[in-house]
Write a protein that binds this ligand. Structure first.
Ligand SMILES: Nc1ncnc2c1ncn2[C@@H]1O[C@H](COP(=O)(O)OP(=O)(O)OP(=O)(O)O)[C@@H](O)[C@H]1O
Ligand SMILES: [Mg+2]
Length: 466
């Protein structure tokens, strides 16, 4: 199999340098591209992603040192070899401190350049290998906070392993409480950016203008109240990961700006003119039906397809109930440690009860329940709060009450939860009866219920109506 060519970018105002290398280096092994000034060079580095850059120190306009600094602020991996002229020793020392990989003094011959390129690449491969080994080792412990061994979870874990240490943008989908943020943190923790910041932004929490200022920062005087300039979350996430939660809620013009960052890793602050480049990995999440948002024009098609390249889908807990025992054990241990309680596993009967419930709030709901039990030291909360109609326990008199939670109220059921359960019960009963009435003609049933066909299908699945 042919080895991949090494892409080499030459940034030098003197055309001859690139010409010489093209002549002298084997073109089966090297692909050489070149730029005659720093600005073009940086742009080419972003678009072409070369493995190695040969960078002249002395150039009109932006000099090599500045180019080096800018490149390092957006790309830490590319190997940069400086070309120095006579009497530029001082710059060489500074360049090495700024992250240059090596240097070559002019005049040089092509063989010398090739030796330096080879040695730089060898070193970098060694570094990569060490990093890879280290991340495999750490992977084991990192997955400890991401529990589950259902086929769905194993699949997600294997995908995480494949994409974690890459620069790929990953979209994480799943209902609320399924663990999207846990996945995002795991991806960051397993990437070579783990020492850098993990910055989370909830795109649904802020109105459009505020979100824009929050993400991209602003210049002094950009709007009333902007007394001094402020960097945005993208800048704060430099050399780390930014996690855009609820990306489906973003306004179209912000979506366009995000797309620009995704594609070029650059943006302009609110009220600014300078283009700012960032070295940041982007992860996104949504619990929304993005396909529906696309047909309704709420999400830009180009952004949708860009985000959809790598999607991790987290199944709802009711579809992977085999994860419940492991999750419960993990959470019990965690909260017992946190609240200084002695660890005692749940009874078999209680685990069974947990299996019978359909967990609309997913893992978060389970976690809240376990926490409540640990804090109050009372396992019987399970039997009392898990709605009975989905359990296979014999029907008690209490069950005939329209609000069994209220009958249980002395033991304490939060109002919100009780309301939600009552709503679900009513919905389920109504849908069932309309479906029976229409002989399971779902279209007709949806019309009668005055909801969309899609949401009817969703509810049938969610409530497991058969
Ligand atoms: N596989 C898992 N292992 C351990 N804990 C988990 C797992 N999945 C979820 N959790 C826990 O459940 C809670 C909810 O998870 P998380 O916040 O990641 O959900 P989410 O999908 O981001 O929800 P939302 O859409 O509401 O933001 C968290 O406290 C998290 O620690
Ligand atoms: Mg979340």
């Amino acid at each position: 199999m042919a080895k991949e060519k090494i892409k080499l970018l030459v940034i030098d105002d003197n055309k001859k340098v690139a010409w010489m290398l093209r002549e002298g280096l084997n073109d089966d092994q090297y692909e050489i591209i070149d730029a005659l000034d720093g600005k073009t060079g940086i742009q080419m580095m972003i678009e072409e992603q070369p493995r190695v850059i040969i960078l002249d120190i002395k150039m009109p306009g932006m000099d090599g040192m500045e180019v080096l600094e800018r490149i390092r602020s957006i790309n830490r991996r590319v190997e940069i070899i400086m070309l120095s002229g006579y009497g530029e020793t001082k710059q060489i020392v500074r360049a090495m401190k700024l992250g240059a990989s090596d240097f070559i003094s002019k005049p040089f011959d092509v063989e010398e350049v090739e030796v330096v390129i080879r040695s730089v690449l060898e070193k970098s491969e060694l570094k990569n290998e060490v990093r890879h080994l280290r991340s495999e080792l750490e992977a084991k412990s990192k997955y400890e906070d991401f529990v589950g061994d259902s086929p769905q979870m194993l699949e997600v874990k294997s995908m995480i392993g494949q994409v974690a240490d890459s620069e790929l943008t990953v979209l994480i989908r799943g209902e609320s409480g399924t663990g999207k943020e846990v996945v995002a943190r795991t991806l960051h923790g397993l990437s070579s950016r783990r020492e850098g910041p993990f910055v989370k932004v909830n795109c649904a929490a802020l109105p459009k203008e505020l979100l824009e200022a929050e993400l991209f920062g602003y210049e002094k005087g950009a709007f009333t109240g902007a007394f001094k300039k402020k960097p945005g979350r993208f800048e704060l996430a430099s050399h780390g990961t930014i996690f855009l939660d609820e990306i489906g809620e973003m306004s179209p013009d912000l979506q366009a700006k995000i797309l620009q960052v995704l594609e070029q890793r650059e943006f302009v602050r609110v009220g600014g003119i300078e283009t700012i480049q960032v070295d940041v990995r982007i992860l996104c999440a949504t619990h929304r039906d993005l396909e529906e948002a696309l047909t309704q024009g709420r999400i830009r098609a180009d952004l949708f397809y860009r985000l959809n390249e790598i999607t991790l889908f987290l199944a709802p807990l009711r579809e992977r109930k085999e994860d419940i025992p492991l999750l419960v054990e993990y959470m019990l241990r965690r909260y017992c440690r946190q609240y200084n309680r002695e660890y005692r596993p749940f009874s078999r009967r209680n685990i069974e009860l947990l299996h019978e419930y359909h967990w609309p709030g997913n893992v978060r709901e389970l976690e809240n329940l376990v926490k409540q039990i640990v804090v109050r030291g009372d396992e019987s909360i399970i039997a009392r709060t898990i709605p009975r109609q989905v359990s296979s326990q014999p029907v008690s008199a209490e069950e005939n009450s329209p609000y069994p939670e209220l009958t249980n109220a002395p033991h304490g059921v939060p109002l919100k939860q009780a309301t939600q359960q009552a709503v679900e019960r009513t919905e389920k009963a109504l849908i069932k009866s309309v479906l029976n009435r229409t002989n399971w003609n779902r279209k007709k049933a949806a019309e009668l219920l005055k909801i969309s066909y899609r949401s009817l299908l969703y509810k049938i699945k969610e409530y497991q109506i058969r």
